[in-house]
Design a protein around this ligand. Sequence first.
Ligand code: C2E
Ligand code: MG
Ligand code: MG
Ligand code: MG
Length: 281
Amino acid sequence: HVKKHGANGHIVYSPDLKATSLVHDEIESALLRALAEDTVEVYFQPIVAAGSGQLRTVEALVRVPGTDGRHLDAGTVIAVAEERNLLAELDARVLRRACAQVAAWRCEPGFERLGLSVNRSAIDIGTAGFHDRIVAALTGSGLSAEALTIEITETVLLDATSTAVADLRRLRASGVGLALDDFGTGYASLSYLTTLPITCIKIDRSFTSRMLTDPTCRALLRATVGIAADLELNCVVEGVETEAELAALPAYERLLIQGYLYGRPSRGDVSTLVRSPRPSG
Ligand code: C2E
Ligand code: MG
Ligand code: MG
Ligand code: MG
């Protein structure tokens, strides 16, 4: 990666900046076009209970078409949107769309308690009106606050006194859940547990994918589930792709699973989100 946040939050550039900025220009154009033509899509990935495999929540993931019509990498789109000041617009679009879809799905029999998880980066959470935008999206869609969880990715350190943290506390007070996304990869994962009213830990996929071959990763994953259990938090294990990985997870009644084993991000019917039957072996 070319752009990195160094000490003090300064941006550090490396020599391939020019090539990357050209690519980013193209992604910015694609993003601007998609916003103008309203072709930004939201895919949903199932998050299921570890014990029963039952669908509990869906995570909304943005999909933006590139010039060839295929979707651009979501992580890169978000990075470019942050860099080019388009993130607020993009995230607002995703949030509205996702709330409306899940509100509709909750009207279907069997899905009355379906939850929605949306991603927000700390850059956006720090901008003015964050709390009010979330509340407006909930009100506009009729989705109850308890149905929504905000996933926080640590791109900028939130200090305990910031308005961002105050906004997150207010949202939590009104019933919205707060998940720490990509847990274990940032610098502040553990300290966020003390400064924010977190309801869920999402263990990063890098631990899951190395769990079976790397005893350190497996120990860290199990210890993180232990932290969630001690704090009585929900805990999502991201990136579970195989039955072997599933079988190696520690038991915890509030453990949730997200990964290709149960379903890739997709659009369409809520009843088809969870893959069935599950592959064996
Ligand atoms: P994330 O929030 O950690 O989302 C999980 C990512 O892991 C998704 O990638 C998902 O497709 C992928 N994934 C899930 N299960 C598996 C698995 O079993 N194997 C593998 N290999 N991958 C799996 P995606 O959709 O490309 O999104 C990448 C990141 O972009 C997200 O990571 C999130 O940080 C960000 N993002 C996506 N949509 C939005 C959005 O609307 N707003 C914001 N601010 N960020 C978003
Ligand atoms: Mg996420
Ligand atoms: Mg994640
Ligand atoms: Mg991730």
